[in-house]
Design a protein around this ligand. Structure first.
Ligand code: ADP
Ligand code: MG
Length: 713
């Protein structure tokens, strides 16, 4: 018989395998609340970092308290009382003034501590004369200032002020989870961390360059800062502990994305060198010369296409910067090489505009594009599908319809996606699969109008090569942007009247704070009706998110054909149409929108030769921040500048709309704040992929878990 083992050795479980429900005081309700924040395992809890820290070293004199402040106070219990009003409560008067000595409590320099839940032990402990340290939020009670359910600690009579724990973490929370629960949960998680120390997944060579603490020490530091830590180190996240966490996370992301990229590069792709004939002829018929930025993008793409490895390139350029012609030249290079090209766009109307525009350019060269959307039905659809399948269609332009099952390409060599943020990763992959043959893959060009700083792009799109068009084509009349309070609405309506009377067209964009599309639609309907009443003779159309796409697109098409003068819209018009005759845009309540979104909306005007105006009709009074934001929009047309500001204010997830498309989100790192780490993270990732293949999987698992499947491509 073996001896009974006294203590079973700790199972070597990873902390991401221990569900939060295994912790003490996590009942199903708490579990559900944690799940709301995306926290399922003990590891998730450890990566859930405090948003800020409270400095409890500072003791505020009771006479200085004011409502709303969170404070640390010290004093002596004067009197206690249990009152049986509507709710039973324990009231404890605390004072740090002279009043305590006489037993008389001048309310003015005392404060009331109020407890609704309390035990008899508490009542016994909080007897007059006892000294307390308390922490809580000050409120104005009926007769005096109060602290409701403060955290408190009894103090010995001559105990010196305690230096520890001074900086208390405050966690991002959700309804029903108090800060004290968070501290209890993270205490337990940190104890488990001490029992199962996490593996070191960064190679020694990488760590040596940095002098960063190990992961366990870093987590302990940020959750329970030692007394020597300063508030500034913590708030600005400058301490090496934060850098360690952010850096390791950035490395994990880079490893994941670059591994995806290496996998792509192992697949052969058709060499699309082309003889340059069609491209030369397109340049002859174009009414303009390419800008240097466009030329450079074209050259980068041309070099990629001529290699036997699949291109994975992101073309970034502000609205109106001229990405389409770059895409057209890429498509021609594929066609010159005897392959097909496809261009997928997010809306039917946009696909129609691309189709018509490209047909105008390409038909003179003997290249006839075909157009496929959900609208094409019956015999027409059969004929289009046949042209695609036999290879008679050299260039196919369409919507999501392109990735349907029945669509088969004869020989797709290049897949182009426009307005990439409107597509999910999987949709882009499906388009590529249409071209995968005998283990080969088509080349891929992805276009986006959201300009982001280069180092941020390197973090978010580490699996892609990047081409950027920074400067818009010359000769565009600038868009003049003005901001007016909504008290000037009448004058603005008059301005719309004048523009339409002069034969121009205008947009009126309604924004509502409500999340609900139904309410937004209602508001837009109401605005359209009012404007119709005020502007007899002006043909008013309406588009909103509650219309079915065919209905909405019919209205957009009527506007594009100048059968409507004024288009009232919710923000659904953000992506897409090119109506050069539209020279005026009114945006109601612009203060409610992000800067990038405003900039994209504004990009709908100023597309022709007309001097264009954008009126920001704001609701007064503006907050100081809103005023700054509108001032920035007014002062610049530089999409990069605007995106950078927007990223600072709202974070990458919001600005890039990654939430919808399932791109990665970060737990600790902030790709913008931690930009300075990007280069090092990329080098570390390459080193790991090349020399430490055993670290790849654990690192990705630790930081990305199941989310790894979401690369950008
Ligand atoms: P976006 O980058 O938003 O897709 P487009 O490709 O639609 O921009 O281009 C916007 C407009 O600019 C189009 O009318 C296009 O023909 C025109 N354009 C593109 N390149 C140039 C250029 N180099 N010079 C003048 N106009 C150009
Ligand atoms: Mg475009």
């Amino acid at each position: 018989m073996p001896d009974p083992t006294p203590d079973p050795p700790l199972p070597a479980v990873a902390l991401n395998q221990i569900p939060v429900a295994d912790l003490q005081r996590v009942d199903p309700r708490v579990e559900e609340r944690l799940a709301r924040l995306g926290l399922h395992s003990v590891q998730d809890l450890l990566f859930h970092l405090p948003v800020r820290y409270q400095d409890r070293g500072l003791v505020v004199p009771i006479a200085d308290l004011c409502p709303g402040a969170e404070v640390q106070i010290e004093g002596e219990v004067g009197k206690t009382q249990i009152s049986y009003g509507r709710r039973r409560s324990l009231k404890v008067w605390l004072t740090d003034g002279a009043g305590a000595e006489t037993g008389e409590l001048p309310i003015a320099c005392g404060v009331l501590l109020r407890f609704f839940h309390f035990s008899s032990q508490q009542v016994a402990a909080l007897r007059p004369g006892v000294r307390l340290s308390c922490y809580g939020e000050v409120r104005q009670g009926p007769n005096s200032l109060e602290l409701v359910h403060p955290e408190y600690r009894l103090r010995g009579a001559d105990e010196e002020p305690q230096p520890e724990p001074r900086l208390t973490p405050i966690y991002p929370s959700t309804e029903g989870l108090a800060q004290s629960s968070w501290r209890g949960l993270t205490d337990q998680a940190l104890r488990l961390l001490a029992q199962c120390p996490p593996g070191e997944y960064l190679p020694a060579a990488v760590l040596a360059g940095f002098a960063l603490p190990d992961l366990g020490a870093a987590l302990n530091y940020v959750h329970r800062p030692p007394s020597a830590a300063t508030l500034a180190d913590l708030t600005e996240r400058r301490h090496p502990a934060f850098l360690r966490l952010a850096f390791e996370e950035l490395v994990a992301h880079q490893v994941s994305l670059r591994r995806l990229r290496l996998a792509h590069l192992r697949t052969p792709a058709p060499v699309l060198a082309g003889d340059g004939g069609l491209r030369r002829r397109l340049r002859e018929v174009l009414p303009f010369a390419l800008t240097p930025d466009q030329e450079q993008a074209v050259a980068e793409i041309a070099a990629d296409l001529a290699r036997a490895l699949p291109m994975q390139r992101l073309l970034q350029g502000d609205v109106g910067s001229g990405k389409t012609v770059v895409a057209a030249l890429a498509a021609l290079q594929a066609i010159e090489s005897g392959r097909q090209a496809a261009l997928m766009v997010p809306t039917e109307l946009l696909s129609e505009q691309h189709y018509k525009g490209l047909a105008t350019w390409l038909q003179p060269l003997g290249v006839a594009p075909v157009w496929l959307t959900g609208r094409h039905k019956g015999r027409e659809r059969t004929a289009i599908l046949a042209a695609i399948a036999t290879g008679r269609a050299p260039l196919v332009i369409g919507t999501h319809a392109l990735i349907q099952e029945e669509v088969r390409f004869a020989d797709l060599g290049l897949a182009i996606t426009d307005e990439q943020h409107r597509f999910g990763v999987h949709q882009r992959m499906r388009l590529c699969e249409k071209g995968a043959q005998e283990g080969g893959a088509p080349h891929q060009l992805i276009m986006t109008a959201t300009p982001i700083p280069r180092s941020l792009a390197m973090t978010l799109y580490a699996d892609l090569d990047l081409s950027v068009i920074t400067k818009a084509p010359p000769g565009r009349p600038p868009i003049v942007t003005v901001a007016l309070p909504d008290g000037r609405r009448e004058a603005v309506i008059w301005r719309v009247h004048n523009a339409c009377a002069a034969g121009h067209q205008a947009y009126w964009v309604c924004t509502l704070i409500e999340e609900s599309e139904a309410l937004q639609a209602q508001a837009a309907q109401e605005t359209a009706r009012q404007l119709g009443d005020c502007l007899p003779g002006v043909r008013v159309g309406l588009v909103h998110g509650r219309q079915r796409p065919p209905e909405r697109e019919a209205v957009m098409a009527a506007f594009a054909a100048a059968d409507l003068d004024l288009l009232v819209a919710t923000t659904v018009i953000e992506v897409g149409v090119d109506v050069p005759n539209a020279s005026l845009m009114i945006i109601e309540n612009p203060e409610r929108l992000g800067l990038s979104q405003l900039h994209q909306l504004r990009g709908r005007v100023g597309r022709g030769a007309l001097e264009s105006y954008c009126v920001l009709l704001y609701h007064a009074p503006l907050t100081a921040q809103a005023r700054d934001r509108l001032a920035l929009i007014r002062s610049t047309l530089d999409g990069f500048r605007i995106a950078e500001e927007d990223l600072k204010m709202r974070g990458a997830g919001e600005v890039l709309g990654t939430r919808q498309t399932g791109t990665l989100e970060f737990r600790v790192a902030d790709p913008l704040r931690d930009q300075h780490l990007t280069g090092a993270a990329q080098r570390a990732a390459d080193l790991i992929l090349a020399c430490h293949p055993d670290l790849v999987e654990p690192l990705i698992q630790r930081w990305l878990g199941r989310r790894e499947a979401f690369g950008v491509v």
